[in-house]
Write a protein that binds this ligand. Structure first.
Ligand SMILES: Nc1ncnc2c1ncn2[C@@H]1O[C@H](COP(=O)(O)OP(=O)(O)OP(=O)(O)O)[C@@H](O)[C@H]1O
Ligand SMILES: Cc1cn([C@H]2C[C@H](O)[C@@H](COP(=O)(O)O)O2)c(=O)[nH]c1=O
Length: 197
């Protein structure tokens, strides 16, 4: 079973992901961007304010393709529970928002990014969405330009809502504004329910 953790920057994904290690010591814990050279290329692009948004989309997507073949598919084939801190929905939400702001010919960016993945990706079985408002997320993540980053994250959040509307059975929304211990407990309950099912 493939479970993904999604949400805005600072929503608490990594906190939850780390807590789940103790509960499921035999599971495969992974993340995107990965620490492969593809992920390093993504990191270079993220650090470049002038990075081409389409090129950046394809770097993230290349990292995803390698993540699938090197980690996710082998672990699933071996019967593992796989928990990924960010996965394809991050691309749909973030690059969908980036491309909507960019000067490109692409008319429906979120649908475009989904379409690129359709032929080769492996959708999650379940996705836990840590729901936090953009300002709180940006502040927790320590963004220096809070206003601008918050504005971008608002567009990303709108995209996550569209993804949830399109596939409500896959998403499990958790109020990530609550105290960390409450968020972790709620996520552990959800994962236990999914794994026992
Ligand atoms: N529920 C919470 N309430 C308050 N602070 C939190 C909560 N969850 C996490 N934090 C804090 O917010 C910061 C970001 O948390 P974390 O790294 O888990 O989020 P993230 O979603 O993985 O962020 P990013 O996407 O930026 O990597 C950390 O300092 C963490 O301790
Ligand atoms: C996988 C993925 C990530 N991003 C963005 C989201 C964050 O701002 C950074 C780094 O991720 P972190 O887990 O929050 O450290 O990358 C993205 O825009 N598109 C993606 O596909």
């Amino acid at each position: 079973m493939l479970i993904t953790l999604e949400g805005l920057d600072g929503s608490g994904k990594t906190t939850v992901w780390e807590a789940l290690h103790d509960v499921y010591p035999d599971a495969t814990f992974t993340r995107e961007p990965t620490d492969s050279w593809y992920g390093e290329a993504v990191g270079r692009s993220m650090g470049d304010p002038d990075a081409d948004p389409l090129a950046e989309l394809f770097l993230y997507t290349a990292d995803h393709a390698n993540h699938l073949s090197e980690t996710v598919r082998p672990a699933l084939a071996g019967g593992d529970l796989v928990v990924s801190d960010r996965y394809s929905d991050s691309r749909f939400a973030y690059q969908g928002a980036t491309l909507a702001r960019a000067d490109t010919e692409i008319q429906r960016p979120l649908e475009y990014v989904r379409g690129i993945h359709a032929a080769f990706s492996r959708p999650p079985d379940a996705t836990i969405y840590l729901d936090v408002d953009p300002e709180t997320g940006a502040e927790r993540a320590g963004r220096s330009d809070k206003f601008e980053r918050g504005g971008y994250l608002a567009a990303v959040r709108d995209n996550y809502e569209r993804l949830i509307d399109a596939d409500p059975g896959r998403f499990h929304r958790v109020d990530a504004a609550r105290a960390p211990e409450d968020v972790v407990a709620r996520v552990e309950d959800i994962v236990a329910g999914l794994v026992d099912r």
